[in-house]
Design a protein around this ligand. Structure first.
Ligand code: GTP
Ligand code: MG
Ligand code: ZN
Length: 365
């Protein structure tokens, strides 16, 4: 080997080692590479396989997954498994998400995911135009959805919080709001009071000063939660603050656009002390709603649903009808305009051509 080649090889090696250390989540990819060669030899033709079980007790939980692989906790172990091919030709919903309970069976040394248990709760969004896939399950079987928003940088966007609140109710998950980066502001954004009034628990936090972390930790303790929100609001930083051993990769928000850099690339479940389990997710640009019809949307805005019986028309959409109690309440400032605005925007997007919510609309908050 020539001197230059040797040097190049050395350099490549050094870069890779450094990457593994810096990006904790990359170790997943590393595992994939390590196991791939062995797994490829598995008999994948249906004749060689035992039939898929229909009635089973799950024995493992999904930590993270790729198309063909799932990384799971099985007893005290973490393992990489191949997903049985017959599970994959899937319907309209994502096959796996972190938090899913699965059945792992062995063929010799090799582990295979052979069944996915029904989900108790879910955090799902509309998958967009991806063939027949309609529902993207972001996290499964979670007890708590922590909607993470920054007090500033990026600016607080109530429109996205409202979408998450609908999503949480659709998926049967309890939502709470974490207002991070409180060190950057003198007072919390005015809209936060609206969520407090709605009965949503609000956790002001700062990863810089440590404010509010104990309260958040106490709420998450012993439960399975998912952190979700825009890129750059500090989801991974919160995980690091709760458990410095995680050492997750984070990156600064762009000075010019005040937007995050989409640092976390895949959802992954982390286990902290006290059986606290938290799923970190990539920041999203837009939250399309799945599983909601325009007519039932008002049920997910409880303060609106409460007024609806007083509207003149029983099927009032609260958009244009005369003698609408909802619009009356907005005009007399009994109902916050921002929430009504969110209702209108979401309703419009649910009624749009494809019948789904495309997420952020031009000029949305
Ligand atoms: N001032 C201040 N900065 C914070 C706080 N929390 C996080 N940050 C910074 O915000 C930036 C983004 O943090 P991340 O943790 O990478 O954000 P994220 O939500 O995980 O972003 P994605 O992975 O892209 O979705 C980093 O530079 C953090 O240091 C905080 O409480 N206060
Ligand atoms: Mg992140
Ligand atoms: Zn009405």
């Amino acid at each position: 080997m020539g001197k230059r080649k040797r040097l190049e090889k050395k350099k490549r090696k050094r870069v890779r080692t450094r990457d593994w250390e810096k990006h904790g989540e990359y170790s997943f990819t590393h595992d994939l590479v390590k196991h791939r060669r062995a797994q490829v030899k598995l008999p994948e033709t249906p004749e060689n396989q035992q039939p898929l079980p229909t009635d089973f007790t799950p024995n493992a939980t999904v930590i993270a997954h790729a198309k063909k692989w799932a990384f799971v906790t099985l007893g005290d172990e973490e393992r990489l498994c191949l997903i049985d091919e017959r599970l994959r030709p899937q319907k309209r919903s994502t096959l796996l998400a972190p938090g899913d309970r699965v059945l792992v069976e062995f063929e010799g040394e090799d582990a295979l995911v052979r069944g996915v248990a029904g989900r108790k709760t879910r955090l799902s969004r509309y998958a967009g135009e991806h063939g027949s896939l309609e529902e993207q399950v972001i996290a499964a079987n979670v007890d708590l959805l922590v909607v993470v928003a920054a007090a500033d940088k990026p600016p607080f966007r109530p429109g996205l919080v409202d979408r998450y609140l609908v999503t949480a109710q659709v998926g049967g998950v309890e939502p709470v709001l974490c207002l991070n980066k409180t060190d950057l502001v003198e007072a919390e954004p005015a809209e936060v009071a609206i969520y407090r009034a709605l009965g949503i628990r609000v956790y002001p936090t700062s990863c810089e000063t440590g404010e509010g972390l104990d309260a958040l930790r106490a709420t998450l303790s012993g439960r399975l939660s998912v952190l979700a929100g825009h890129s750059g609001v500090g989801k991974s930083s919160l995980l690091n603050a709760l458990d410095p051993e995680l050492d997750l990769h984070t990156a600064s928000v762009s000075e010019a656009t005040e937007r995050g850099r989409h640092t976390t690339s895949a959802a992954r479940l982390y286990t902290l002390p006290d059986n606290t389990r938290i799923i970190d997710t990539p920041g999203i640009r837009a939250m399309g709603l799945w599983g909601v019809s325009p007519e039932e949307l008002e049920c997910y805005f409880p303060e609106l649903a409460e007024l609806a019986p007083q509207c003149k028309f029983r099927d009032c959409t609260h958009v244009h009808e005369p003698e609408c109690a909802v619009r009356g309440a907005v005009e007399s400032s009994r109902l916050p305009e921002g929430r009504y605005d969110s209702y209108l925007r979401i309703r419009t997007s649910l009624e749009s051509e494809d019948g789904h919510s495309p997420g952020r609309l031009p000029g949305s908050r």
